[in-house]
Design a protein around this ligand. Structure first.
Ligand code: ADP
Ligand code: MG
Length: 238
C-alpha cells in the first residue's frame, strides 16, 4: 500500500447511481450519491423502505456494480472491477452482516467463520483465527454448533465473527437486528458499538431505530435514492 492509499478515506463514492432493469421498465434505486467515510467512523444509514439502503450497501460491499459514478475503497478505484476481482476485495477488505445471517446450514460455527480465510488462501491459521473471532463475539463455547443449534442472536454473532475474521477495513451491516427480538438486537448493537469503540473498526449500519442511530458518530439518510447527511445523529433520537 502506498502513501496516498494510507491517507485516503476508507470509502469515497462520487455520483453513485444504480438503475435496475425490470420487465420493460427501469427503477432508479440510487440517483447520484456522494460521501466519504474515514477510518474509525461508525455511520448509521437510515431511510424509508425502498429508499436504496440495501442497494447502496451492496455496492459498498462489492456485491454489485454501479450503473454510474465512482467508488474508491482505501484509495483504490474499485468501480469497474471484474466479478473475480470484487470477490477478492470482499474477502480481504469487507465484512458483511446481513439481516438473515446467511450462514451455511451444514457447517459449524467454526467452519462458517473460517470460510473467508479459506477463500483468501490463509489456510494454516484459519481455524485458530476463526476461534479467536468467535471468542471475541462471546461464542467460544459454541464452536462445533451448526446454525440450527444456535439462537437467532447467536447466529448473528457467528455472522459478525465471520465479518471480522479477515480483519477487513470496513464492516457493513444491513439491518443486522431486523430478525431479532429487541433485547437480542440491543446486544448485537452493543457488540458492534464495542468493535467500533474498542478496536476502531469502521462500521456502516443500516437501521430503522433512531436510538441506534444516536449511538453512531454520523447519520446518513436516503430518500428515494438521494442522500441527506446530518452531522448530529442525536437529533434523530429526540
Ligand atoms: P431499502 O433497502 O432502502 O429498502 P432497496 O435498496 O432494497 O431499498 O431498494 C431500492 C429500490 O430498488 C426499491 O424500489 C426496490 O424495489 C428496487 N430494487 C431493489 N433491488 C432490486 C432488484 N434486484 N431488481 C429490481 N429492483 C430492485
Ligand atoms: Mg434494505
Amino acid at each position: 500500500m502506498n502513501a496516498a492509499q494510507d491517507t485516503a478515506p476508507v470509502i469515497a463514492v462520487e455520483g453513485l447511481t444504480r438503475t435496475y432493469r425490470l420487465g420493460g421498465g427501469e427503477i432508479a434505486a440510487l440517483r447520484g450519491v456522494s460521501f466519504t467515510v474515514e477510518a474509525g467512523e461508525m455511520i448509521a444509514l437510515m431511510g424509508p423502505s425502498g429508499s436504496g439502503k440495501s442497494t447502496l450497501m451492496h455496492l459498498l460491499g462489492c456485491l454489485d456494480t454501479p450503473s454510474g459514478g465512482r467508488y474508491w475503497l482505501q484509495g483504490r478505484d474499485v468501480t469497474g472491477l471484474s466479478g473475480r476481482e470484487r470477490a477478492a476485495i470482499r474477502n480481504r477488505q469487507i465484512g458483511f452482516v446481513f439481516q438473515t445471517f446467511n450462514l451455511l446450514a451444514r457447517q459449524t460455527a467454526l467452519q462458517n467463520v473460517a470460510l473467508p480465510l479459506r477463500y483468501g488462501g490463509a489456510r494454516r491459521d484459519a481455524t485458530r483465527r476463526a476461534g479467536e473471532a468467535l471468542a471475541r463475539v462471546g461464542l467460544a463455547d459454541r464452536l462445533a454448533h451448526r446454525p440450527s443449534e444456535l439462537s437467532g442472536g447467536q447466529r448473528q454473532r457467528v455472522a459478525i465473527a465471520r465479518a471480522l475474521v479477515a480483519a477487513p477495513a470496513i464492516i457493513l451491516a444491513d439491518e443486522p437486528t431486523g430478525n431479532l427480538d429487541s433485547r437480542t438486537g440491543a446486544d448485537i448493537l452493543d457488540l458492534l458499538a464495542a468493535l467500533n469503540r474498542d478496536e476502531g473498526r469502521t462500521i456502516i449500519l443500516v437501521t430503522h431505530d433512531a436510538q441506534v442511530a444516536a449511538r453512531a458518530s454520523r447519520l446518513l439518510t436516503l430518500f428515494d435514492g438521494h442522500l441527506r447527511e446530518s452531522g448530529a445523529p442525536e437529533e434523530a433520537a429526540r
